[in-house]
Design a protein around this ligand. Structure first.
Ligand SMILES: O=c1ccn([C@@H]2O[C@H](COP(=O)(O)OP(=O)(O)O[C@H]3O[C@H](CO)[C@@H](O)[C@H](O)[C@H]3O)[C@@H](O)[C@H]2O)c(=O)[nH]1
Length: 337
C-alpha cells in the first residue's frame, strides 16, 4: 500500500511536536517536517532525523519551500503566536499570512491534490466576556489591537480561496509548554476558558488525514469540550497551587477587564464526532502539570513566592496603565464608568 506523504510545518512547536510523534506511531505515513532552524527546533527534531525528511527553512521565503513536492496531506502549524505576534505584528503578518500564502502556492503548483489542514485560533472571535458560548458562524471581531487574530483571519481566507482541498480548525486555549508572560494579565479573571491539551489538539489533525471527506471545506471549533471548561480565575488558582506559588493574591487592576479572547465552544462536539480526538480532561491537564514540577522546584517556589509574584506583577500592563493614569491604555484594558 502506498504511504501517505504528510507535510508537517512547525514540527517543533507545542502542537507540532505532539503531531510529529503521533504521525510516527502509524506506519502508513511518510513524514516531512518543515521548520525554522533555531536552537530549540534543532534540539527537538534531531532525534527524529532518521525517521523523517527534515527541511529547515523560512516559510516567508518561497525559495525555501521549493523542495516541498508530492504531498498528500499538510498539517500547517508554523506561526508566530502571542505575545511575540503582538510585539512584532509585521513579522506575524509575514509568517502567518504571507507564509501560508507561499505554502499554498507551492502546493498548488506541485501537490495540487494535497489536503490542507490549517490551525486558526479562538482569538478570531475577539472579546466574548458578555457572550461566552461561541458558535462557528459567529462574527469575527478581533479584540482591539490583536494583530495575531488579524493574521489568522487573513490566512483563513487564503486557505478558503485556494485550489486545494482544505479544512480549518480554530484552536481553543492550548495549554502546553508556553511560558508565563505579560499575557497572563491581559486576560480578564472572569473569562470563560475551554482548554485543549496539545496532544488532543494534535490528534484532531492526525485523525483528519484519514477523515478528509468528513471535514473537507469546513471550519470547526476545536476545544476539549465540557470536561475542559473552567473560569480563568480558577484556572490560575489551580496552577498557582501546583507550582507552589500559594494564593492568587494580585492587587486590583492587575488583570484587564476586557479586550482579550476565549470562551466555551458551544459547537465543539461537532469536530469530536467526526474525529474522535478527545482523551484529556482538565484534571488530566492539571495532573500533567503537577508531574512537571519537581518537589525541589515546588519548595523553592514556595520559599520565593513573594519575589516571584512581585516579578510577575511587574509585567502587568493593565496595572501599569492604571498607576500611570494612561487614559488610552486604561480605556483599552478596563470598563471605565
Ligand atoms: O517564522 C517562523 C516562526 C515559527 N515557526 C515554527 O512554528 C512553530 C510554532 O510553534 P509554537 O510557537 O509552539 O505554537 P503552538 O502553540 O504550537 O501554536 C499552534 O496553535 C496556534 C493556535 O493556538 C496556532 O496559531 C499555531 O499555528 C499552531 O502551531 C514552531 O515549530 C516554530 O519553529 C516557523 O516555522 N517559522
Amino acid at each position: 500500500m502506498k504511504k501517505t506523504n504528510v507535510l508537517l510545518t512547525g514540527a517543533s512547536g507545542t502542537v507540532g511536536f505532539e503531531a510529529l510523534q503521533q504521525l510516527l506511531q502509524k506506519d502508513y505515513f511518510n513524514v516531512t517536517a518543515f521548520d525554522k532552524k533555531t536552537k530549540l527546533s534543532t534540539e527537538k527534531l534531531a532525534p527524529f532525523k532518521n525517521q523523517i525528511t527534515l527541511i529547515y527553512g523560512d516559510i516567508t521565503n518561497p525559495k525555501d519551500l521549493e523542495n516541498i513536492k508530492d504531498v498528500d496531506a499538510v498539517i500547517h502549524l508554523a506561526a508566530i503566536i502571542p505575545p511575540l505576534a503582538d510585539e512584532m505584528p509585521e513579522l506575524a503578518h509575514n509568517v502567518n499570512t504571507k507564509g501560508t500564502q507561499n505554502l499554498i502556492q507551492q502546493l498548488e503548483a506541485h501537490s495540487p491534490n494535497a489536503f490542507f489542514m490549517y490551525s486558526s485560533s479562538i482569538s478570531v472571535y475577539g472579546d466574548r466576556i458578555e457572550n461566552p458560548y461561541i458558535h462557528i458562524g459567529d462574527p469575527l471581531i478581533p479584540s482591539e489591537g490583536d494583530a495575531y487574530a488579524e493574521t489568522k483571519i487573513k490566512a483563513e481566507q487564503a486557505v478558503q480561496n485556494s485550489q486545494l482541498n482544505w479544512t480549518i480548525f480554530r484552536l481553543a486555549a492550548i495549554m502546553g509548554n508556553h511560558k508565563m508572560s505579560k499575557l497572563m494579565f491581559h486576560q480578564p479573571l472572569n473569562t470563560a476558558l475551554e482548554i485543549a491539551t496539545p496532544r488532543d489538539t494534535a490528534r484532531a489533525f492526525v485523525n483528519a488525514i484519514e477523515n478528509e471527506t468528513a471535514v473537507a471545506k469546513q471550519i470547526f471549533n476545536l476545544g476539549g469540550g465540557e470536561t475542559c471548561r473552567i473560569s480563568y480565575e480558577h484556572f490560575l488558582e489551580r496552577s498557582f497551587a501546583i507550582f507552589g506559588l500559594g494564593k492568587l493574591d494580585f492587587p486590583e487592576h492587575a488583570f484587564a477587564d476586557k479586550n482579550f479572547h476565549c470562551g466555551y465552544y458551544a459547537d465543539g462536539d461537532v469536530l469530536e464526532k467526526n474525529l474522535n480526538f478527545r482523551q484529556d480532561t482538565l484534571e488530566d491537564f492539571f495532573a500533567m502539570e503537577a508531574e512537571k514540577v519537581s518537589s525541589i522546584k515546588k519548595m523553592a517556589a514556595c520559599i520565593f513566592k513573594k519575589p516571584v509574584k512581585w516579578y510577575l506583577l511587574k509585567q502587568s500592563e493593565p496595572l501599569e496603565a492604571w498607576q500611570n493614569n494612561d487614559k488610552k491604555l486604561k480605556q483599552h484594558f478596563f470598563n471605565l464608568q
